[in-house]
Write a protein that binds this ligand. Structure first.
Ligand SMILES: O=c1[nH]cnc2c1ncn2[C@@H]1O[C@H](CO)[C@@H](O)[C@H]1O
Ligand SMILES: [Zn+2]
Length: 362
């Protein structure tokens, strides 16, 4: 019998998450406790439930720049070995508890140097936290594998250094590289040397593009920089016209993205909060899914959106009427697009995803 498509059962489905920010996913109570422990006095409110509401409401700004301001508080409490490790451990535990079986979690090491740690120490502590979280999830009966993506901030000038850091840690749990931060005014081609370095090392990267800025950003990310995946990429719809009769016409760039199977890391709730899309009903996820782009479902920032991987899937089910086989397809899309070796991706699809969905589909 087919399982009901509700939150409880979606949580049981084996899910894959490619776009989740470590500093956007703290537990509200952890923000408060770490602030007290490290003497950070800048929190706007202190009770965990008020913090949860504050992040959610402040991130609901309709502007990426204002949305990003909320990260000042999470980053402030992630400046010590203990803080970094704890946040990473809890991240792995929370994702596993939600039924995520494979995740790539990103953060920007250059933002965590205020306590005197080196870039390498920052990454070491986060990776140690992920390993601890995987172990405690396993002890609780949940298997998850967490890979790490290192992000460089696009307004800054450390991307080459961060790319080298990612490659240096490639055998210790870092699976790729990314750039994030305000998009308008900071085109990806500013960081060309970092991307060239990654390509030269046969290493993978994704680029936040087509979120707050349109086609030129996506074009640069793909044509100049050679991105393996696109963070968000929702504005690819600027190159897609839907006629009044429903006929769809696509431009060269949209065709290229689809032809090359370039994965789109879409984050429905976040996209509404930053104003990248006007509402969930108007989210291009469904158009792109119907046109068979390689769409994937992601959380972006679980704290700022008060969400989880299961909730993002439920939002899509409620908005577009998807069934279990659609959710399975999005999950397999994501696993195919992961930055780990092909044979390992296949093993997760064949041994975990397909059997897990088969039980739910009935
Ligand atoms: O949706 C997003 N678009 C662009 N940048 C983002 C988004 N979410 C988070 N960050 C930025 O990435 C940094 C490292 O994790 C965060 O500190 C935040 O500034
Ligand atoms: Zn993001």
């Amino acid at each position: 019998m087919t399982a009901p498509l509700d939150l409880e059962y979606i949580r049981r489905a084996p899910k894959v998450l490619l776009h989740d920010h470590l500093d956007g996913g703290l537990r509200p109570a952890t923000v408060a406790e770490l602030a007290a422990a490290c003497g950070y006095t800048g929190l706007p409110v202190e009770a965990p439930d008020e913090l949860a509401r504050w992040f959610r409401e402040s991130a609901d700004s309709g502007s990426l720049e204002r949305y990003l301001e909320t990260f000042a508080h999470t980053v402030a409490v992630m400046q010590t070995p203990e803080g970094l490790r704890r946040v990473a451990r809890e991240c792995a535990e929370d994702l596993a508890h939600d039924g995520v079986v494979y995740a790539e979690v990103r953060f920007a090491p250059e933002q965590h140097l205020e306590g005197g740690l080196s870039l390498d120490e920052v990454v070491d502590n986060v990776l140690a936290g992920f390993r601890e979280g995987e172990a405690s999830a396993r002890a609780a009966g949940r298997e998850i594998r967490v890979g790490c993506l290192l992000t460089a901030m696009r307004h800054a000038a450390r991307s080459r250094e961060i790319a080298e850091l990612a490659v240096r840690f490639r055998y210790r749990g870092v699976v790729g590289f990314d750039i994030a931060g305000a998009e308008a005014g900071y085109p990806p081609s500013r960081h060309l040397d970092a991307f060239e370095y990654m390509r030269n090392c046969n290493a993978h990267f994704t680029i936040h593009a087509g979120e707050a800025f349109g086609l030129p950003s996506i074009h640069e990310a793909i044509a100049f920089c050679g991105a393996d995946r696109l963070g968000h990429g929702v504005r690819i719809t600027d190159d897609i016209a839907v006629g009044s009769d429903g006929h769809v016409t696509m431009g060269l760039l949209a065709n290229y993205v689809r032809d090359k199977r370039i994965p789109l890391e879409m984050c429905p709730s976040s996209n509404v909060q930053t104003g990248a899309v006007a509402s969930l009903d108007e989210h291009p996820f469904d158009l792109l899914a119907r046109m068979r782009f390689r769409v994937t479902v992601n959380t972006d920032n679980r704290l700022m959106s008060d969400t989880s991987m299961s909730r993002e899937m439920l939002v899509l089910v409620n908005t577009f009427g998807y069934g279990w086989s659609d959710l399975e397809r999005f999950t397999i899309n994501a696993m195919k697009s992961a930055f780990i070796p092909f044979d390992q991706r296949l093993a997760v699809i064949d041994d975990i995803i397909k059997p897990g969905f088969a039980v739910l589909i009935g």
